[in-house]
Design a binder for this molecule. Structure first.
Ligand SMILES: Nc1ncnc2c1ncn2[C@@H]1O[C@H](COP(=O)(O)OP(=O)(O)O)[C@@H](O)[C@H]1O
Ligand SMILES: N[C@@H](CCC(=O)OP(=O)(O)O)C(=O)O
Length: 378
């Protein structure tokens, strides 16, 4: 964590494209329906940023919470079909609310509902990217949410922090601004520990932060744990992440003026190429490969392909082309990538030199288990 906050904060002053994420805990005023006047205030700030030439993309939660209020439900349902119904009812209110407020500034907004599949299927990912880029070029503010009505638990992002980060990656935004109900990331959950202190600045990948970022409240989903993960994903395309209270007056404009508000998490490595970012953003992993120390070393230091000879164990059931995660012998995640062999075939060739693949399987798809172009070190 750096001492001189002005230096670090300067990065936000130069931001030209930002993704703003507004969470359920904040939007719904702790369960009392959409907080229209607060939403009006954030829209005013986004309109001001737009006027200053900053491209703004919004990821907004609130459909389920608003749907619950409209349906008269006191507690968040757990059944998927009820969540889907609440989202369908609430999303139209959410969209209408933004539309009305942006219209006060003569700005158009566009509702964009995305699912996990839209970002994991490469073709749909590229489609989503060009549609969003076009909206931004047209001066429209995209208002994005997860398409909760059609997703099931297995394929949902669940929290919009992750969605916000993937959108930041997709659009190569300079910053991800996460507005929530706390002043930022504290060294303990302030809801439970009144002595918790705000962390002003840090590196997104700092492993010490894992221990402090806890889960969320009743309405929000992920808490700080998913905000930290989002900051790490956003860092892959070079974006800085700010986590700040949406209740601070003029929070968005002040952040972009470089003021010390909330927590700023910096990327600490060079941005990944677009394809590697897409790989890094994949959340559904079908299997695990345990690598020996030599393979871990060449993956990390040389960015090599993964050969069967460096793999000690295969777990899970997967097909050729599925995403698998690679771990070292202590279980620490090293990389993930798209595998060239099914789990049945991979189990037979691991530990073997590539020249033996054809002899063992009767065919050889490729000499490597995962080609370096399809592999990202994490
Ligand atoms: N270290 C921490 N610092 C701040 N808040 C934390 C921390 N750990 C857990 N939290 C919780 O995270 C919550 C915010 O996340 P969440 O409820 O998911 O909100 P949102 O809907 O805005 O995403 C806070 O209300 C707080 O209780
Ligand atoms: N897509 C959901 C948002 C899920 C959610 O609450 O996320 P978050 O605000 O990140 O805790 C909705 O609109 O209700």
């Amino acid at each position: 964590m750096t001492a001189d906050r002005r230096v670090g904060r300067g990065v936000l002053e130069g931001a030209k494209r930002v993704v703003v994420k507004i969470g359920s805990a904040l939007l719904t005023n702790d369960g009392r329906g959409l907080d229209e006047s607060a939403i009006g205030g954030w829209v005013d700030q986004m309109a001001e940023l737009h006027r200053r030439g900053v491209e703004v993309v919004l990821v907004s939660s609130g459909s389920i919470a608003e749907g619950m209020v409209r349906l008269g439900w006191q507690t968040r349902p757990t059944a998927v079909h009820e969540l889907q119904a609440a989202a369908a009812v609430g999303q139209s209110g959410l969209s209408q609310c933004y539309e009305t407020h942006f219209a006060r500034h003569h700005l158009r907004s566009a509702q964009v509902l995305l699912t996990h599949d839209d970002l994991s299927n490469r073709k749909r990912y590229l489609n989503a990217r060009s549609a969003l880029r076009t909206l931004v070029q047209l001066g429209v503010i995209p208002v994005i949410n997860e398409n909760d009505t059609v997703v099931t638990d297995e394929i949902r992002f669940g929290d919009n922090d992750t969605l916000g980060a993937l959108v930041a990656n997709l659009l190569e935004a300079d910053a991800l601004l996460i507005l929530t109900d706390q002043e930022g990331l504290f060294d303990a959950d302030p809801r439970h520990d009144p002595a918790a202190r705000l962390i002003g600045e840090g590196q997104a990948d700092d492993p010490l932060l894992d221990a402090v970022a806890g889960g969320g409240g009743a309405l929000g989903r992920g808490g700080m744990a998913t905000k930290l993960r989002a900051a790490r994903l956003a860092a892959r395309s070079g974006a800085v992440t700010a986590i700040a209270s949406g209740r601070q007056p003029s929070v968005l404009t002040r952040l972009l003026e470089g003021e010390s508000l909330g927590t700023l998490l910096h990327p600490d490595h060079a941005p990944l190429a677009a394809r590697k970012r897409w790989l890094a953003g994949q959340l559904q992993v079908r299997g695990t490969l345990t690598l020996d120390a030599g393979a871990v070393n060449v993956l990390r230091s040389q960015g090599s392909s993964l050969l069967p000879v460096g793999v000690k164990r295969v777990q899970g059931t997967f097909r050729r082309g599925d995403m698998v995660v690679c771990v070292d012998e202590q279980g620490t995640r090293v990389a993930k990538g798209l595998i060239n062999y099914s789990s049945v075939d991979a189990m037979q060739i691991v530990g073997q030199p590539s020249q033996r693949i054809a002899e063992i399987l009767g065919y050889m798809e490729a000499p490597e288990l995962i080609h370096r172009d399809n592999l990202v070190v994490i």
